[in-house]
Write a protein that binds this ligand. Structure first.
Ligand SMILES: [Zn+2]
Length: 161
């Protein structure tokens, strides 16, 4: 198993290769979205990655907020639910959405407004910026895939020798 630091370095190498390939292939004007794919990839590498299922470097980076990932760690380390391609990311974002709704609930009590209104405002914001959000998600999926690929390759390598 690659350690956290190695994971981050390998992920950044994948990113560099990805940027070079993208620059070579992209002919139309999609640089703006491309930028957010990179943002999503970096977020995925350092903050929202498969290894949040244990006390990893990304987990520790959450600082005061790391507690939100503690229930998530009931998933077995490297199970399909945390390390599966795409499914792991879908679950992490669904999981974060639950915390977001809890945050809105608290805000609604503090601001004495309805949670429905806050939820509506959030959804409108996401709808208005959906290309950006989607690009960030795609970048995050790519980063998690690079992570899982590295995990699988290193374990296969170790098994072989
Ligand atoms: Zn891992």
């Amino acid at each position: 198993m690659a350690n956290g630091k190695a994971h981050e370095r390998i992920n950044l190498i994948f990113l560099a290769v990805g940027i070079v390939i993208s620059v070579a292939l992209i002919k139309n004007n999609s640089t703006f979205e491309g930028l957010f794919i990179i943002v999503g990839y970096i977020i995925g590498t350092f903050f929202i990655g498969p290894d949040l299922d244990l006390r990893s470097r990304p987990f520790k980076r959450w600082g005061w907020f790391r507690f939100i990932w503690v229930p998530y760690q009931t998933f077995k380390h490297r199970s399909i639910w945390t390390h599966g391609y795409v499914i792991g990311d879908v679950i992490r974002y669904a999981y974060l959405s639950i915390w977001y709704i809890i945050l809105l609930l608290v805000l609604s009590l503090v601001l004495r407004t309805s949670i429905g209104e806050l939820l509506n405002t959030s959804l409108i914001f996401i709808e208005e910026h959906k290309t950006i959000f989607f690009s960030i998600f795609v970048g995050n999926v790519l980063s998690s895939a690079a992570h899982t690929l590295t995990d699988r390759t290193t374990s296969a390598f170790k098994k072989f020798f």
